[in-house]
Ligand binder design. Sequence first.
Ligand code: FAD
Length: 415
Amino acid sequence: MREISCDVAVVGGGPAGATLAQRLGLLGFHVIVLEARPFPRHKPCGEFMNPASLEILEELRVLENVASLGARPIRGMKLFLHGRSAAGCYGNITDAGTRFRHGFAVRRERFDQVLLNAALSTPGVQALQPATVSRVLRGAGGEVLGVEARDAVGERVTVRSAFTIGADGVRSRVARELGVHRPTPWLDKLALVTRYEHVPWGAFAEAHFYDGGYFACAPVDGGLLSLNAVVDRRAYLEAGLTPEEFLTRRLVAVPELRERLAAGRRCDPIRGIASMAGSTTQQIFDGAALVGDAAGYVDPVTGEGIYIALRGSQLLAPVLADALRRRDRSQRSLDAYRTARRRELLPRRWSGLLLQRLLRSPMAKEAGIRILARNPGLADLAVSATGEDLPLRKLLLPSAILRAFGGRPMATAGT
Ligand SMILES: Cc1cc2nc3c(=O)[nH]c(=O)nc-3n(C[C@H](O)[C@H](O)[C@H](O)COP(=O)(O)OP(=O)(O)OC[C@H]3O[C@@H](n4cnc5c(N)ncnc54)[C@H](O)[C@@H]3O)c2cc1C
């Protein structure tokens, strides 16, 4: 068994873990990222990120690298239900919002690789990959002392650290070991994820709703279209169909999308991911913290997960750095992170859950699309609220209210 030590052990090399490691490395700390899978690895995802994410990528000096992957600019979202549609654009509501008026859509395996490479080229950051964390090490008082992992050849590795960060995604081993993970049973969903080629597509991400689920689509690099079919897990299991049969049958419910897909060809296997939603009762501990999906996760309909991962790390890094400099490993030393998460990220989580509740009601869904279709300004507001860094005080600016209720004065949702 090997034993190594560092300032911070980051479990998980996805967007949350990689960007946290990069930030801490830049601040002069020794960081070890433990990532279970060799990269590039597939990650089930709708693969589009909102404009607020782009600001963070720019700050980390990786935006150019992501753009050079051929990331497709996404100007907003279109929603479809029973032949009706509504479109909302980013950047129309307030000039005080996010600097970028578009998001990006890019294959996750390539995006995540860019972020991890940026972290690993930062002095002080190294990776154990593949290395699967199986245990969180605790001291006599319950404080976290590090983790135990198995590397590629099955050898046991102990990583001792001043802080251990769970950035290990929706099924976080760290959160489970710390006993704080709680599933959200009423959101027991399953997503079937695949990609198409040669499907003509504009510059919008789209969600196609029907009674029983929805399809989310975004045009990604390489001229591909990323497609997610999200359904209740029970409905999928009860259908007793193969993923291909299930997808084909569900597409019948969205003829508009089915016709457009028929112009192209499915070019990826259909992969499934289940039981996605969960929360945590606590995100900071003596010697540890949770970030990204590991800290709590909602159904991906608004496409905010990548942003929440990036922003969570942006909030956590300076707090951790301060605690490390003061050699204070107490939970209290991370309080500022908890407060910032509550102020900024929790409202996003609650609005995501509220949206999920509404989507369960066919009447509310129908009424919602009708209202947004008739009021393009409101559609812009709804899309901007999920995609931009728009706290309530900015949305309540008179200019923002005028734009939301006065139609669409700036960019239009043409293509
Ligand atoms: C079907 C679906 C569609 C989605 N669509 C979108 C979208 O369009 N836009 C958007 O913004 N978000 C979307 N999301 C959410 C988004 O994918 C996540 O919010 C985002 O990936 C969170 O980043 P993360 O770094 O916290 O976790 P992850 O990206 O999950 O990274 C966690 C990493 O930890 C590693 N790991 C796990 N366990 C261990 C262990 N024990 N030891 C070591 N390493 C471990 C994993 O291999 C992984 O690389 C979607 C999610 C799903 C499921």
